[in-house]
Design a protein. Structure first.
Length: 180
């Protein structure tokens, strides 16, 4: 999909273009929200809210950033706001966070070991401070560049790099304790 064309169609109110946008980005938006919030129901709610906001405000989108960067910025902001809300109780080891990756060729002991490693990684990730977790999610799990993260979160490039370095160091320390 060509982003500039899609943006023109979105601004014109083309329902097909909005559907294309949702199909193209729904899994990534949901993935960021799930990794940040740890609860499937909350992640679904955030993802829905992201696309509602995009639909309402696409006409005002200036296009200074890529459309995907704008989507990730909205997603990140909504997740951080939800995490900061006083009425939210965060469950660190949510069952919804650990999504089993099925590998039919893997033998049961290997699959069990992989699930244990994944669970440990998700627990360690959930324990990171929100400002560091979002940087790890965007860089290491979603594959955004440092520049895209800087633009998405409205942070200086050096801040992104230092938060990512501290987050990776914390993750390494946590994983060393969680895994034998």
């Amino acid at each position: 999909m060509h982003e500039a064309e899609l943006l023109v169609r979105l601004r014109a109110g083309d329902a097909g273009a909005f559907e294309e946008l949702v199909i193209a980005y729904q899994h990534r938006v949901f993935g960021i929200a799930l990794r940040m919030l740890g609860r499937r129901a909350e992640a679904e709610e955030i993802a829905q809210d992201v696309f509602v906001r995009v639909h309402r405000s696409v006409a005002g989108f200036r296009g200074d950033a890529k459309l995907s960067t704008w989507l990730y910025a909205i997603t990140s902001r909504l997740c951080l706001n939800r995490l900061a809300s006083a009425d939210r109780r965060f469950t660190q080891a949510s069952e919804d966070l650990v999504v089993e990756l099925r590998d039919e060729a893997a033998d049961p002991p290997s699959a069990l070991e992989r699930r244990e490693r994944e669970a440990a990684l998700h627990r360690a990730l959930a324990e990171l401070p929100d400002d560091r977790r979002i940087v790890v999610v965007l860089r290491d799990l979603e594959g955004l560049s440092y520049g895209e993260i800087s633009e998405t979160l409205g942070l200086e490039l050096g801040t992104v790099r230092s938060r990512l370095h501290r987050a990776r160091t914390e993750l390494r320390e946590k994983l060393e304790k969680l895994l034998p």
